[in-house]
Design a protein around this ligand. Structure first.
Ligand code: BTN
Length: 330
C-alpha cells in the first residue's frame, strides 16, 4: 500500500463491502457507486487482500467479504463513535512514518481540536526518551489525538495522565483484562507493557496551541521482537485470544472525550483521583527511578495536584518527579 493519506474512495470501498457483507457486489456496481474505474476496484481489492482482508470473488462475478475486517478506516471508526469531538475528523494512513509527526504538521484548520490520526503501520514510530516504537502492520493501534485545550503549558502534564487513565479504561472494558498504569502512563498487563503514550505539544509561553496524545497499543501481536519480550507483551498474548482493534480504538476515543470534559469541568483533582485509583504505582510501590541523569531507589507516595509523582528516596529525601522513568523493584 502506498504512503499518503488514505483515499476517501478506498475508504468508501471498504465501507460498501462491510455494509453489504451478506451479498456478492458486482464490480461495475462498486465502480459506479464510488466513482472509479473497474480496474481501480480490482487493484484496490488486491491491496486490501494484501492487508489481510478476506474478500471472495473476482472481477467477473463480483466481490464479497468472508468476514468483517479489523481495519481502522475512517468510515468504520466513525460509525462506532457518538457525535463527540474526539474523532469527528479522522486522518487515516495505511502506512506513515509516525502518526505524531503527521499530527504535529496539521494546522488549526486541517487539524482542529479532536482530530485523530490513525495508521495501520508506522515505519518510524517514536517512543518516549528518544526510543523507537515497534509498529507492526495491522496488529496494533497507532493513533495521535489532537487537543487544543484552553490551558497554559504548565497544565500539559495532567493531559499526559489523562491519556493514561483513558487508555486504561478503554483497554480494560474492551478486553476484561486486569490492567495497571505505571507512572506517567504506561499500561501493563501481568507486569509487561502493552501500551505507551508520547505526549508532544506546540506552545507559546502562556498558551498551548496543540497537544498531541500519541498512543500505541499492542493488540494482536503474536510475538514481539526478542529484545522486547522481557518487558513488553500484547493483549492477545496475555488474553489468549484476538481482540477487535476497532473496539479498543473507539472506546479509547470515547474515554479521552469523557476525561477531557471531566478535566475542564472538575479540574486536575478529578484526573489525579482517577489515575490513583487505576494505578498500583500511586502509593507504597518500591521503585527504581531514572530522572534528570540521576538514578535512585525509593517508595512512591502519591501524586501532587499537577500530576507529579512524589517519591520518598531510601536515604529519606523526598523527590517530586515531573519527568523520567520508573521501574518496579521486586
Ligand atoms: C512510549 O515510549 O511508551 C511511548 C510510545 C508511543 C507510541 C505511539 S504510536 C502512535 C504515536 N506515534 C508515534 O510515533 N508514537 C506514538
Amino acid at each position: 500500500m502506498t504512503a499518503g493519506i488514505t483515499d476517501h474512495k478506498l475508504d468508501r470501498l471498504v465501507h460498501l463491502l462491510v455494509k453489504n457483507a451478506t451479498v456478492v457486489m458486482p464490480g461495475p456496481k462498486i465502480a459506479s457507486e464510488i466513482g472509479v474505474s473497474r480496474s481501480t476496484v480490482w487493484e484496490w481489492i488486491e491491496k486490501l487482500r494484501a492487508l489481510g482482508l478476506a474478500i471472495k470473488g473476482h472481477p467477473r462475478h463480483g466481490y464479497q467479504l468472508e468476514k468483517l475486517p479489523d481495519i481502522l478506516v475512517p468510515s468504520l471508526v466513525r460509525s462506532e463513535l457518538p457525535h463527540g469531538e474526539i474523532g469527528h475528523k479522522i486522518v487515516h494512513y495505511f502506512r506513515t512514518d509516525s502518526t505524531n509527526s503527521a499530527a504535529l504538521q496539521l494546522d488549526a484548520q486541517d487539524g482542529p481540536h479532536g482530530t485523530v490520526v490513525i495508521a495501520e503501520e508506522q515505519t518510524a514510530g517514536r517512543g518516549r526518551l528518544g526510543r523507537e516504537w515497534y509498529s507492526e502492520k495491522s496488529s496494533g493501534i497507532y493513533t495521535s489525538i489532537i487537543l487544543r485545550p484552553p490551558l497554559s503549558p504548565v497544565a500539559a502534564p495532567i493531559l499526559t495522565l489523562l491519556a493514561g487513565v483513558a487508555a486504561h479504561r478503554a483497554v480494560r472494558s474492551a478486553t476484561g483484562l486486569s490492567v495497571d498504569v505505571r507512572w506517567p502512563n504506561d499500561l501493563l498487563v501481568n507486569g509487561k507493557k502493552v501500551c505507551g503514550i508520547l505526549t508532544e505539544m506546540k506552545a507559546e509561553l502562556d498558551r498551548l496551541h496543540m497537544v498531541v496524545l500519541g498512543i500505541g497499543i499492542n493488540v494482536n501481536h503474536r510475538a514481539l521482537p526478542e529484545e522486547l519480550q522481557e518487558i513488553a507483551t500484547s493483549l492477545a498474548l496475555e488474553g489468549g485470544r484476538r481482540y477487535s482493534r476497532l473496539q479498543v480504538l473507539t472506546e479509547l476515543f470515547r474515554d479521552v472525550e469523557r476525561y477531557y470534559h471531566m478535566l475542564l469541568k472538575e479540574g486536575n483533582a478529578a484526573i489525579v483521583r482517577e489515575w490513583s485509583a487505576a494505578s498500583s504505582y500511586a502509593e507504597g510501590k518500591r521503585v527504581r527511578v531514572k530522572a534528570s541523569g540521576r538514578e535512585y531507589s525509593g517508595t512512591t507516595a502519591g501524586l501532587d495536584a499537577s500530576g507529579a509523582l512524589k517519591v520518598l528516596r531510601d536515604d529519606g529525601q523526598p523527590e517530586l518527579l515531573v519527568a523520567g522513568e520508573i521501574t518496579e523493584l521486586r
